[in-house]
Design a protein around this ligand. Structure first.
Ligand SMILES: Cc1cc2nc3c(=O)[nH]c(=O)nc-3n(C[C@H](O)[C@H](O)[C@H](O)COP(=O)(O)OP(=O)(O)OC[C@H]3O[C@@H](n4cnc5c(N)ncnc54)[C@H](O)[C@@H]3O)c2cc1C
Ligand SMILES: NC(=O)c1ccc[n+]([C@@H]2O[C@H](COP(=O)([O-])OP(=O)(O)OC[C@H]3O[C@@H](n4cnc5c(N)ncnc54)[C@H](OP(=O)(O)O)[C@@H]3O)[C@@H](O)[C@H]2O)c1
Length: 636
């Protein structure tokens, strides 16, 4: 084994403290056992250490020379974001504001922004949390039509946010990223991109890359034997076929996640018959919002309410009240907590009440795992639709497809005209295209059986061995409770701080250390077993059969869908990056970490007198907030 000078050069080998004056390395093994929640990532590192003989000291670094520039002349860097959903739009608005003059581009395979809300157009698609909390914190919309907005209104809102902040100039639509590779000798990310307009494939080089590709964008059809021979119409709910008239058709609907629950009540009234395949149970609950059972009918805001919201104070009060409900639900995720137990009773009764027209259904649908083990949903109209005579609720597993329909493992074949797969997305969260650095490909390394076997990520923000790369909305992205837009704003702000440091402090590369990432994973391994998300990891009563995108679709599997802490905790942790958890290389050939001081001047001190503000720190006394006094990057 050779001595690795720069830990970024070899992600497999971690630099460890000096032992007896000699550098030692530890060699991670394959972590196939990652399925077991109790597996501590430190177990992925063997105890064996190899002593490396010190090599003769060779002075290769050039002598340090003062760089002739003012300290605040930032390095020109090219930053790229992949994805223009909520995360990408948030990045396209906040990054330029927080990093003036940034050279930014956002690659998006679709022809417009919106992501989830651009692609999902199935009948019934809507937000299941109130629109007034599913909006950006910096562009609140007083005029939402409905409490639980429909998909198109959400898409239009995020497009309007992008327009309002002039972010469209950063978007490169119909550009699909095929591969991202770190070129160490250039200290650049090389992207391979397909122009979906022309079919041309080309490369771009970037100093910093942000992944904002979403959790549910890589939607997935099931791979049952014979599915290709099926002669009827088959499509995924995220890729709805609007050319098919479903009136009077025999339909199979596979999947009872949040999508399947929204689709069923929309198709049941028009279908001749619906076979609803639900291999596991799910909690169907009351409204996520001001209360009660969600009806299928829209909850329109009245003209009076919308007028009242135009008053900023009234509107803020309303928003704070509704949003507080989303920041106050953390207790419900802990195993056997009073809050979780209370929900179980409440939701059991609610579900029974909603299937009262067909009470025998209750035994089939009420989950045998705790509430919140998989994401619950209000499912307006879903349980009611299940009780209708033209719906069959089928829990027997699917075995195969035939030309005419679906055969379950009991040998029964059910013929259908249309199959709708509400089967969700790839839930291992491995990127759907290669992301490669130093010989490691995250697309493989994060998959079960891969080098790490799970998303090996530091605070859900960055990966060791993968310099100058960050995630918004990746694995461990958001804490339970809170809201997605608020979480994304905090993540983008974290990334802005990282990029600010990189471009202003003469840093060529930065990445979290393996040691810090291992500590985070160790924390996760101790935290998650307290929660109901781990399903049957302890084989305890009432913790069985819970598969979800939280645990990679594997009951008892390692959790990576949510941050190990509340939404407020995740924001607290990410407010100030822990720079001591990162390792760095510098742009100055000598490697001197203070080369960025330049020639000692500030840019403005070189400007003609009277033309620049030399005292941005001076403010009207009443505008001074002592908490932020002398803290801003913008007024120093
Ligand atoms: C049907 C549905 C309903 C939902 N409802 C709710 C809800 O009510 N409340 C809630 O909190 N959450 C909901 N979610 C979760 C929702 O996905 C998130 O709230 C949020 O929209 C995620 O935003 P994002 O930007 O991270 O990802 P996405 O919206 O998925 O955007 C990712 C973008 O990346 C682009 N992209 C991906 N790969 C590439 C590539 N290789 N090259 C170029 N571009 C690429 C995609 O085209 C897409 O535009 C829902 C999800 C679905 C599927
Ligand atoms: N606003 C909303 O109401 C709304 C709507 C849609 C989505 N969302 C969000 O998006 C997330 C994803 O929702 P989703 O419904 O698209 O996906 P999902 O929750 O992952 O559900 C996928 C469903 O498909 C089933 N499935 C997958 N593969 C299958 C197979 N081979 N055979 C049979 N069944 C199979 C799963 O069954 P198992 O559970 O047995 O694996 C599950 O019931 C939600 O959790 C939510 O966060 C929200």
């Amino acid at each position: 084994m050779t001595l690795v000078q720069d830990p970024l050069q070899d992600p497999v080998q971690q630099k460890q403290p000096l032992l007896n004056g000699h550098a030692v390395h530890v060699v991670p093994t394959d972590s196939n056992a990652a399925v077991d929640v109790d597996v501590n990532v430190k177990n992925t590192v063997t105890e064996t250490t190899t002593e490396v003989k010190p090599e003769p000291e060779i002075q290769t670094k050039p002598r340090f020379e003062i760089e002739e520039h003012p300290i605040d002349q930032v390095r020109d860097i090219k930053v790229g974001v992949i994805g223009a959903g909520l995360a990408g739009v948030t990045a396209a608005v906040l990054l330029p504001a927080k990093l003036p003059g940034l050279d930014l581009r956002v690659y998006e395979k679709n022809p417009d922004v919106g992501g989830t809300w651009f692609e999902n157009t199935y009948p019934g698609v809507r937000c299941d949390i109130p629109a007034h909390v599913y909006q950006s914190g910096f562009a609140p919309n007083t005029q939402w039509t409905e409490e639980f907005a429909q998909g198109h209104e959400i898409r239009e809102y995020w497009q309007s946010v992008a327009r309002k902040f002039d972010a469209y100039k950063y978007f490169r639509f119909r550009q699909k990223v095929q591969r991202a590779e770190w070129v160490a000798e250039e200290t650049k990310w090389k992207l391979t991109i397909e122009d979906l307009n022309s079919g041309e494939v080309y490369e771009d080089r970037l100093d910093f890359l942000v992944s904002a590709i979403g959790h549910f964008n890589a939607w997935r059809l099931p791979d049952y034997p014979g599915i290709d021979t099926y002669q009827g119409v088959l499509f995924h709910s995220s890729n709805w076929n609007h050319d098919v008239d479903l009136h009077g058709k025999r339909i199979a609907l596979i999947g009872n996640g949040a999508s399947g629950l929204q689709v069923l009540p929309s198709i049941q009234p028009i279908a001749a018959h619906v076979d609803h395949y639900a291999r596991n149970r799910t909690w169907v609950v009351e409204a996520f919002g001001p209360g009660g059972i969600r009806r299928l009918e829209p909850n329109y805001f009245s003209d009076e309410q919308k007028e009242a919201f135009k008053d900023p104070k009234t509107y803020l009060e309303y928003r704070k009240k509704v949003e507080a409900g989303f920041f106050s639900r953390f207790g419900v995720i802990f195993k056997n907590s009073p809050e979780n137990n209370a929900l179980r009773e409440k939701w059991t009764n609610l579900m029974k009440e909603r299937v009262k027209d067909k009470p025998e259904l209750a035994d089939q649908i009420i989950p045998d795992f705790p509430p919140n083990c998989r994401r619950p949903t209000p499912g307006p109209g879903y349980l009611e639709a299940l009780t209708k005579p033209n719906v069959s609720y089928i829990t027997t597993r699917i075995q195969r497809f035939t030309e005419k329909g679906i055969v379950t493992v009991d040998g029964v074949e059910r013929e259908v005209d249309v199959v709708i797969c509400a089967t969700g997305a790839n839930v291992d969260f491995a990127p759907p295209f290669p992301i490669v650095a130093h010989g490691v490909n995250l697309q493989e390394a994060w998959k079960p059986g891969g080098k790490y076997g799970f998303p090996y990520l530091y605070l859900g923000m960055a990966a060791p061995g993968f310099p100058n790369l960050a995630w918004v909305g990746g694995p461990y992205s958001s804490g339970y409770s809170g809201t997605v837009p608020n979480s994304f704003e905090n993540q983008v702000t974290y990334i802005a701080k990282v990029i600010r440091k990189l471009r202003s402090q003469g840093i060529a590369t930065l990445a979290p250390t393996f040691a810090a990432t291992d500590d985070f994973v160790e924390y996760c391994d101790r935290f998650y077993p307290r929660t109901v998300w781990t399903g049957n990891d302890d084989s305890s009563k009432d913790s069985k059969n819970c598969s979800s995108w939280y645990n990679g679709g594997r009951p008892g599997g390692r959790v990576h869908g949510l941050f190990p802490g509340s939404a407020a905790t995740a924001n607290y942790i990410r407010r100030d990056p822990r720079w001591e958890d990162f390792e760095y290389t510098y742009t100055n050939p000598s490697g001197n970490r203070f080369a960025w001081f330049g020639n000692g001047w500030r840019e403005r001190e070189k400007q003609p007198e009277g033309e620049v503000d030399l005292t941005p720190h001076l403010k009207i006394e009443s505008e001074i907030d002592l908490r932020t006094h002398c803290e801003g990057w913008w007024d120093v």
